[in-house]
Design a protein around this ligand. Structure first.
Ligand code: 13P
Length: 252
C-alpha cells in the first residue's frame, strides 16, 4: 500500500520568536507549492502562535513538542492538548527520547499524553528508540516492543489514523551517526509487525513510521527509499530552511 511520506522538523529548544518567524517564512516560500509529501514543523511552545501565523494558508502544518495530559489547572510549566489545538497546531510529538532522558518521561506518562492528545484530535508523532547500550546488548527489539506496546496501550484501530510512529535510535540523535538504511528498515519492519499483531493488516499498512536521528540532506534519500520508512523526524537539519527543503524533496 502506498503511504504518503511525512517529514517533520523538531526544532527542539531553538529559535527566538523572530528567528522562528523568519525560518517559517523561508520554508513557506520554498515548500508552499510542494504537494508530494506531508510537512510539519514543531517549534517551542513560545513560538507556536508566531509560526502558525507565518504558515497560515500554506501546506506546512505546525506541531507542539509535547503536551500534558490534563486539560488545565495547577501544573506549572505545562501546556495542554486543547491549548495546543486552540493555538493552531495539528500535531504533537510525544515521548521524545530527550523527554525520557532529561525530564522523567516514562512509558506510562507517554501513554497518558498520547491519549490526551487524541482526545483533543491532535495527530501524534509517538517516539521510540533504543540507547547505544541497549543496541550493543542486543535488546533493541525488546526495548522498541515495550515502548510501542506502552505508547499504543488502550488505543483503538480508529485512533491509529491519528498516529505516526517515529523510530529514533538515541545513539543516532544529534551525533551525526545515522542508522544505516538497513538498520533502520529492520526496526521499521519490526514496528509495523507489532502494529499488525495488535490492530491487523489494514492499520499496519496505513500507519506511517518516520525515522529520526541525524537525517541530513545527503543521507535522506537512502533512508527514505526503504520500504517501511515513510518519512523523517528531523532535528538539527530542520533549523536551516535549505537543508530541510532538501530532505522534504528526498521523500518518496
Ligand atoms: P537530529 O536530526 O539532530 O539527530 O535529531 C533527531 C531528533 O531527535 C528529531 O526528533
Amino acid at each position: 500500500m502506498a503511504r504518503r511520506s511525512f517529514v517533520a522538523g523538531n526544532w527542539k529548544m531553538n529559535k527566538t520568536p523572530e528567528e522562528a518567524r523568519a525560518l517559517a517564512l523561508d520554508l513557506r516560500t520554498r515548500l508552499n507549492s510542494y504537494a508530494k509529501c506531508d510537512v510539519a514543523v514543531c517549534p517551542t511552545n513560545l513560538c507556536i502562535t508566531t509560526v502558525v501565523e507565518a504558515l497560515r494558508g500554506s501546506s506546512i502544518a505546525v506541531g507542539a513538542q509535547n503536551v500534558f495530559w490534563e486539560k488545565s489547572g495547577a501544573y506549572t510549566g505545562e501546556i495542554s492538548a486543547p491549548m495546543v489545538v486552540a493555538s493552531g497546531c495539528q500535531y504533537a510529538i510525544i515521548g521524545h527520547s530527550e523527554r525520557r532522558q532529561y525530564f522523567g518521561e516514562t512509558d506510562a506518562t507517554v501513554n497518558k499524553r498520547i491519549k490526551a492528545a487524541l482526545t483533543a484530535r491532535l495527530k501524534v508523532i509517538a517516539c521510540v528508540g533504543e540507547t547505544k547500550e541497549e543496541r550493543l546488548s542486543n535488546v533493541t527489539q525488546q526495548v522498541v516492543k515495550r515502548q510501542v506496546a506502552a505508547a499504543l496501550d488502550g488505543l483503538t484501530a480508529g485512533d491509529m489514523a491519528l498516529i505516526t510512529i517515529a523510530y529514533e535510535p538515541v545513539w543516532a540523535i544529534g551525533t551525526g551517526l545515522n542508522a544505516t538504511p538497513q538498520q533502520a528498515q529492520e526496526v521499521h519492519a519490526f514496528i509495523r509487525d507489532l502494529v499488525r499483531a495488535k490492530f491487523g493488516a489494514a492499520v499496519a499498512d496505513a500507519v506511517r513510521i518516520q525515522y529520526g536521528g541525524s537525517v541530513k540532506a545527503d543521507n535522506a534519500k537512502d533512508l527514505l527509499s526503504q520500504p517501511d520508512i515513510d518519512g523523517a523526524l528531523v532535528g538539527g537539519a530542520s533549523l536551516a530552511a535549505k537543508d530541510f527543503e532538501a530532505i522534504v524533496k528526498a521523500a518518496k
